[in-house]
Design a protein around this ligand. Structure first.
Ligand SMILES: [Zn+2]
Length: 181
């Protein structure tokens, strides 16, 4: 016994589980108001809830999100918390949850676990080749919708503008690999 507590990390939509000494993960699920929830999480972290509003004012993309991932680096173990909005279809909900779980996975330094799943699904995507965190999270969203058996092209209107073409390319390549000419 070395006295170090391990916690079980369970990313339900990605279907990824692992033990961690350095992180604890919490999925707060669907919330009514992401911003109100984020202020509460800040308070739980011991921060001024208003510091979240400052963050929002500095980040013009934040108000448009379908979900949110919060991390408190100064704590030990480091808490990683996700929450998200209900969407108008089960497919979008799987996508948004897969997206946030991927942000969480990246925060915890375990993107290689998603990479292994992509390879297993024969999705030819090298996550390490990308530096845009939103694109990386969308790759996790795409993985989640394919894993859960949805017709993934329906996620297109929902994607980040910059990442859209890349995700579409990955998906078409995936379909092509399943139905060789
Ligand atoms: Zn994101």
């Amino acid at each position: 016994m070395n006295g170090i507590m391990e916690s079980q990390i369970d990313l339900k939509v990605l279907g990824i589980k692992f033990q961690s000494e350095n992180y604890c993960f919490r999925d707060d699920g669907f919330v009514e108001d992401i911003h109100a929830h984020a202020r509460k999480v800040n308070q739980e972290f011991g921060d001024d809830p208003a510091s979240y509003d400052l963050e929002v004012s500095l980040n013009e993309k934040l108000p448009l999100v379908g979900g949110l991932t919060r991390v408190r680096n100064a704590s030990q173990p480091i808490p990683v918390i996700i929450c998200y909005y209900h969407q108008d279809s089960p497919l979008k909900e799987i996508f948004v949850r897969g997206h946030e779980e991927t942000h969480a996975l990246q925060e915890m330094g375990r993107l290689h676990l998603l990479q292994e799943r992509l390879v297993a699904l024969r999705l030819k995507i090298d996550i390490g080749a990308y530096s845009d965190n939103e694109l990386i999270a969308d790759i996790g969203g795409l993985y989640a919708v394919i894993k859960h058996g949805f017709p993934s092209l329906l996620i297109m209107p929902f994607l980040d503008k910059e990442g859209k073409d890349k995700i579409l390319e990955f998906y078409l390549e995936f379909l092509g690999s399943k139905n060789p000419v």
